[in-house]
Write a protein that binds this ligand. Structure first.
Ligand SMILES: Cc1cc2nc3c(=O)[nH]c(=O)nc-3n(C[C@H](O)[C@H](O)[C@H](O)COP(=O)(O)OP(=O)(O)OC[C@H]3O[C@@H](n4cnc5c(N)ncnc54)[C@H](O)[C@@H]3O)c2cc1C
Ligand code: FES
Length: 1302
């Protein structure tokens, strides 16, 4: 065998991007022969980000260029670098975002357009988007909108980024694709040819990676190392190693073996090499489908259907056909189709060749049907279908694209020629058990039967009898999964009937028209959109305020030059930190044994509470085990991997105690945080007595993960003098980090310098928790005297940080027959988790905002925060209003249902009008609420579309449309809370502005750039006030050294309060300059500044804004709790599939009372992003918790946030014209959070569609829906014969997989 030990790993592949030369990186690479590419980029190149590490978010996308020995072409494809072992890249070119364009050289048109068209907010995943688009353009210089949309399927989050419904591709605009598209810089082809004859061996510390040059060598190696995996895409093995802790001492990589890449058209079908990637398979099948007769390609079409939604393009470009078949996950989508299609595996080994069928026995791992340890799959025969064949594939996932199926299936029937008599039937399901399962016995019993309704009924009964799903099955959703078994079967039945009719129209009856709607799936069409705002026509042209100025860091986001905490270059002597977390929800710690951790090479120390010299946290968050995920101690080591290995070795012994996990449990145990909060107006008893009717109901609203793309990160650097420390943190609250670190180290705050350049998304999840992470890192740095970096892994971040509060509400509402609500009595609970955190504030917000847009004369709302043994829930965009608003709209909808009136009519008649007071006696003017309502009704063409939807619903039995229009009264800012311990809340803010002798201006303020564009707006403010162009002004970071005691950046008011401070500082400076300007009015800015300096005029000023004064007197139940109100209305239309529960967001129109926006592009981005985050909250995102209190959903694999396919096909945002807000700077309003609640319009549109289903079927119309309104809930509430026939288990007779904590 021709083996060769390769030189240092980084030299094995040439990269088009500059790898730089971080020391830590080299150290890491030498230790980690098998590490993923992201590990290296994370330190050396700032562009490629790590958002999840498991292929689910797309932030790490790079382009791989490789020579294909079969086509003899260089192929380019996008790939998730977090799953790319470095060894697999030998002989390939890797282009990172740095290789595409940079501000130092030239930016690429993709980068330019993304930045100029406001395509980034926090910017953390923007380089990944750029790389996806770049790879697409390398292969398709003129891509279609569909291709562009598909290229962005790979996990990017439209919540935070604005690849949004403009309908216009940035590349369509002037300039188009530049010819500057760089070519790969070295002769890949020559390299590949040179390497053809050589076997490559990479020997790491723990793993040997062998890439044989020939099939013969591969077979010899497989005989020698039968347990070694044959890794192609590494998307399955890689995850087993990363998440499952599996270790492989030897790995075989057959990528250069041409026999495994063949594509042959044979008489029987297509023979496709096992190393062929799924993206290539798609292209091959598409070509075959377009070139062959339809009857031969039915299996190919079914495969193509699954390939359209299987993962994202990055994964499809890596994952291989052979890897898919052999790893045979239960939810893998292609295997059931390949099996019903009678595919054949061509195997070979040193013993010779053989063929085995790809059957259900193979897929379930039956020993006698499996490949042998020394065999490999060379190729797969996918046969042509026959004339009398019917083949269909189905899948339903939590999200339409890039989400594993909940259940999938493939079905095939072969009829006796010219008849509808079943000759052969094959049905397979995925997602039911641990492997793909077959309804083999049922199929056998149905052979010989005619394809008619009797057969269908029998088939459903047989399948439900044969395919068993335990009520405790992992993954939960048991009844839904059972319902999908028969729903898919019914769809197949109709598809075949329809196919028979087409084959022989004279012989078979027409499918009833309204049943046709069961056929076909929703397609993801590229979103279109319109954004309408006003600019003041009298404004001087050089004044940037009110204009859609590009995000200050937009270009750097797109080039990857924008630096986040983890991108900072390693510091000499730097250590990495990993935490040891509680695995129990409620327990006493008996012992902590860290002795094994110290034995791990590279481990430097273990840090515990006893190492904290000062205060250990606030009195609210002392360290003891009261939830799963609680941090017990920390391990610091020379590298990240070593720290994690060390942490795994720490042994904790617990004495378990009974946990309280759900709101129901907490109520039972009287377990609360803080006192009950209540507001009441009118006379509730009298109100109910006067009502024509009274209804009561309940609702559960699940929590929500923040899912910012940048996980919590901190780097602490001791300065070595006077106990000074620099703390670089991804926090929304710089002064809290400073204060807590100082108090933990028992030193004064003036020694701790907290710096924040920018944060990769926060949404409230980086307010309280980053301070604790900083304290842990600072204590470790203090103990070791070395810099310490602590970057949370995605799963740790999701476990530790806490979520949006799960909510449970009860209502009693009295109303008149004409729809007027006269009394409402509301009880609200939230699951706070194990510590107070911000839960009191959240329940206060819920109580204060429960009226939403409605004037209820007699109104009482009470709220309690429940203390449980879950990770402490925390702030989240909207601070409880999305929950209370959804609940309010639920009881208003219930009134509409009960009275039989249209919901919009009940909303309209109960809505606030003109001058008003809230239930807590705060005055406000609802004129703009009414204006938004009228404008939205008109802009959305609500009534005509409602009529059209009703007409559609009459014609379609299995698909229904729904439409809803939802008003909103939201507030900016806070009332007195955790942050504001005085009697009043003052949203104070400060800024520091320097003018240098060359005329350049440096602005700093206390707000943090979280992606919401605060720095961009501050530059606009400074430009207007100083009357200098934006190009003169710079803003470099937020720091406690320049602005002390800054409040949190949250509550939608960060820009306006800090804006007032910047304005103040600039006005002070301008006033000082005024005499000089008057002396020389024709002079230039630079001249005036020089002159001012000569005249000893200070060119530095602090600006201060005392803040809005707000207060709330809970005893009197009155206050001025919020600085001002924000109104908005959204109208959404959806279509649902009653058989699967899937839904399509068709159109949304939002009218927002944004007044005079400082930057409409930024504000519209906030509204759109917030809206999509609300769509996720209310229709998709589910946090799953075990009966023991362990959160299951800890990454993008199990927790689905909306993707590009969830943006409404038509998405319009309008600013209400001619409105003013005298309170905020330049008459603006804070738009950071308001959009989230408007996502509920999709919830109510789905409800409307469901109501239409239930009405048609004679089912009760006063049904209960909880949030999120997932595919599961939609399907199960659209009850029909199929949901009737599934087996149901009596609650209490089994242990469920998950519990409802809301
Ligand atoms: C983020 C993400 C999303 C995903 N989404 C989906 C989805 O929506 N639907 C879906 O169906 N799947 C999905 N998958 C799973 C994906 O389809 C599989 O992981 C992939 O097909 C495996 O191929 P691979 O080449 O990466 O396998 P590898 O990880 O390289 O190998 C997997 C196994 O196959 C064996 N093997 C590979 N080739 C051969 C051969 N020629 N002969 C013998 N043994 C061989 C290896 O020994 C190993 O045991 C997803 C995966 C990820 C990471
Ligand atoms: S970091 Fe690679 S896909 Fe998320």
């Amino acid at each position: 065998m021709n083996t060769e030990n390769c030189p240092p790993l980084l030299n094995t592949s040439q990269m088009t991007g500059d790898l730089g030369g971080g020391n830590a990186n080299k150290r890491e690479m030498e230790n980690q022969a098998f590490s993923s590419l992201t590990t290296s980029f994370a330190v050396c190149l700032t562009g490629t980000k790590k958002g999840c590490g498991i292929g689910g978010c797309g932030a790490c996308t790079v382009m791989i260029s490789t020579y294909d020995p079969v086509s003899k072409k260089i192929l380019h494809y996008p790939a998730n670098s977090c799953l790319l072992p470095i060894c697999s890249l030998h002989g390939t070119a890797v282009t990172t975002v740095e290789g595409v364009g940079s501000t130092k050289t030239r930016i690429h048109p993709i980068q330019e357009r993304l930045a100029k068209c406001h395509g980034s907010q926090c910017g953390f995943c923007t380089p990944g988007m750029v790389m996806s688009m770049y790879a697409l353009l390398r292969n398709h210089p003129e891509p279609s909108m569909e291709q562009i949309t598909a290229a962005l399927d790979g996990g990017f989050e439209p919540t935070c980024c604005q690849l949004r419904g403009t309908g216009q591709c940035c590349l369509d605009q002037e300039g188009g694709v530049s010819s500057s598209t760089k070519s790969v810089l070295f002769p890949l082809q020559r390299m590949a040819q040179e390497q053809q004859g050589r076997t490559l061996v990479f020997q790491g510390e723990r793993t040997m990676w062998i890439s044989p040059a020939s099939l013969r060598e591969l077979l010899e190696l497989k005989t020698k190392y039968p347990k070694a995996p044959v890794v192609v895409g590494n998307t399955s093995v890689g995850l087993d190693m990363k998440i499952g802790g599996v270790h492989h001492p030897v790995i075989l990589h057959p990528d250069r073996i041409s026999e495994l890449r063949i594509v042959n058209n044979t008489n029987n079908g297509l023979v496709i090499g096992a190393a062929c990637r799924l993206a290539q398979l798609r292209d091959i099948l598409m070509k075959a489908v377009s070139g062959l007769p339809e009857e031969k390609t039915k299996i190919f079409c079914a495969l193509l259907q699954q390939l359209r939604t299987l993962a994202g393009e990055q994964i499809r470009s890596l994952a291989s056909l052979g890897g898919h078949i052999v790893s045979r996950g239960s939810t893998w989508d292609l295997n059931p189709v390949l099996a019903v299609g009678n595919s054949v595996l061509n195997l070979t080994s040193t013993d010779g060749k053989r063929q085995i069928p790809l059957t259900d026995d193979f897929l379930s791992g039956c020993k006698n049907a499996d490949i042998k340890p020394n065999e490999i799959i060379v190729s797969v025969l996918i046969p042509y279908s026959k004339k009398d064949d019917f083949v269909s594939a189905f899948r339903q996932a939590e999200r339409r694209k890039n989400a594993l199926s909940i259940v999938n299936s493939a079905m095939r029937v072969l009829f006796k020629p010219g008849t509808n008599v079943i000759m052969d039937l094959n049905i397979l399901y995925g997602g039911i058990g641990s492997t793909t399962v077959s309804a083999r016995k049922s199929c056998q019993k149905l052979v010989g039967r005619q394809w008619n309704e009797h057969m269908l009924g029998e088939a459903c009964r047989l399948v439900l009898g044969e395919i068993f799903l335990s009520p405790s099955a992992p993954g939960g959703k048991v009844e839904y999964r059972r319902a999908l078994l028969v729903s898919f079967l019914f769809k197949f039945y109709l598809q075949v009937l329809h196919g028979l009719k087409i084959l022989d129209p004279s012989k078979y009856p027409d499918l009833p028209k309204k049943y046709m709607s069961a056929l076909g799936n929703f397609e993801c069409r590229p979103p279109q959109g319109r954004q309408v705002y006003q600019v003041n026509p009298e404004q001087p042209p050089q004044d940037p305020v009110g204009h859609p100025i590009m995000h200050q860091s937009g270009v750097k986001h797109a080039t990857g030059e924008a630096v986040y905490c983890d991108d900072m270059h390693p510091i000499d002597g730097e250590l990495s930190l990993a935490v040891v977390k509680s695995s129990k929800a409620h327990a006493k710690i008996v012992s902590i044994d860290a002795s094994e951790a110290f034995k791990v090479p590279g481990v430097v120390d273990v840090v515990t509470a006893s190492d904290v010299p000062g205060e250990n946290g606030t009195k609210n968050e002392k360290a003891f085990v009261i939830c799963v995920g609680q941090i017990i101690c920390a391990v610091v080591a020379e590298s990240d991997i070593q720290a994690k290995r060390g942490a795994e070795k720490v042994k904790i012994q617990y004495e378990e105690l009974e946990p309280i996990l759900t709101i129901e449990d907490a109520i039972k145990h009287n377990s609360y945080i803080g006192k009950e909060k209540k507001v009441e107006k009118g006379n509730i008893e009298k109100g109910f007595n006067s009502a024509d009717e009274i209804i009561e109901g309940e609702m559960h609203i699940g929590g929500q993960e923040h899912f910012y793309l940048e996980p919590n990160s901190v780097l602490v650097v001791p300065r070595g003098e006077d106990n000074e420390m620099d703390v670089y943190s991804s926090t929304q609250y710089s002064s809290n980090v400073q204060e807590l670190v100082a108090s933990a180290l028992d030193i004064q705050s003036n020694k701790i310098m907290c710096h924040i350049k920018r944060v990769g998304g926060a949404f409230g999840g980086k307010i309280t928790k980053p301070s604790y992470f900083a304290v842990i890192a600072a204590v470790a740095a203090n103990k070791t005297g070395r810099p310490v970096r602590f970057i949370l892994e995605r799963h740790d971040d999701m476990l530790i940080v806490g979520n949006r509060h799960p909510f449970f509400g009860k209502y009693k509402v009295g109303f008149m027959n004409d729809g007027r609500i006269v009394a409402a009595d509301i009880q609200a609970y939230i699951n706070a988790g194990c510590t107070p955190d911000e839960s009191e504030m959240v329940i206060e917000f819920i109580v204060l905002k429960m009226d939403n847009a409605y004037k209820i004369p007699n109104f009482r709302v009470r709220g309690r925060a429940c203390k449980t043994h879950l990770p402490s829930n925390t702030a989240f965009r909207g601070f409880g209003f999305p929950q209370s608003g959804l609940f309010a709209e639920t009881w208003v909808t219930a009134v509409a249902t009960q009275t039989g009136l249209p919901p919009e009519q009940v909303r309209d008649m109960n809505m606030y009008e003109g001058l008003n007071v809230t239930p807590f006696k705060e005055q406000f003017d609802a004129t703009n609420l009414r204006k938004c309502w009228t404008e939205c009704l008109e802009k959305s063409e609500y009534y005509s579309r409602k009529t059209a939807a009703e007409e559609f619903n009459k014609q379609n039995y299995w698909k229904k449309k729904g439409i809803a229009i939802i008003p909103m009264k939201f507030t900016a800012g806070f009332n007195k809370t955790f942050y504001h311990q005085g009697q009043w809340t003052k949203h104070q803010a400060a800024a520091l502005v320097h003018i240098y002798k060359d005329g350049s201006v440096l602005v700093t303020h206390g707000g943090v750039e979280l992606g919401q564009g605060i720095h961009t707006k501050m530059l606009q403010v400074a430009s207007r006030e100083l009357k200098v162009p934006l190009s003169y002004i710079h803003l470099c970071e937020t720091s406690t050294t320049t602005v002390p005691n800054a409040l949190i950046t949250a509550g939608s008011v960060g820009s306006e309060t800090n804006g007032k401070a910047v304005q103040d500082a600039c006005q002070i400076l301008r006033k000082r300059l005024e005499p000089i300007i008057q002396k020389n009015p024709e002079g230039k800015w630079e001249d005036w500044i020089k002159e001012a300096f000569q005249e000893s005029i200070s060119l530095s000023a602090t600006g201060y804004f005392k803040g809005y004064v707000t207060y709330m007197n809970w005893e009197k139940e009155e206050g001025h709790a919020f600085p001002y109100f924000i109104f908005g209305v959204a109208c959404s239309e959806v279509e649902i599939d009653c058989l699967t529960g899937d839904h399509q967001n068709i159109r949304t129109d939002i009218v927002m009372d944004a007044c005079f926006s400082i930057n409409p592009a930024v504000d519209i981005g906030q509204i759109e992003g917030g809206f999509i985050q609300g769509v996720g909250l209310f229709t998709m995102e589910e946090i799953k918790v075990s009966p023991e209190g362990k959160q299951y959903t800890l990454g993008p694999d199990t927790y689905k946030i909306p993707a590009v396919c969830d943006i409404p096909e038509q998405f319009n945002v309008y600013f209400l014209p001619n409105t003013r807000n005298p309170i905020a700077i330049y008459s603006s309003k804070g738009m950071g959070e308001a959009g989230v609640f408007l996502g509920s319009s999709v919830f109510f549109a789905i409800r409307d569609a469901i109501a239409s289903v239930r009405k048609e079927r004679g089912l009760p119309e006063n049904f209960t829906l909880n949030s999120p309104l997932t595919t599961e809930q939609i399907r199960m509430v659209c009850a029909d014969d199929f949901t009737e026939m599934i087996p149901r288990d009596k609650p209490g007779t089994y242990k469920p997989w998950d519990i409802e904590v809301a």
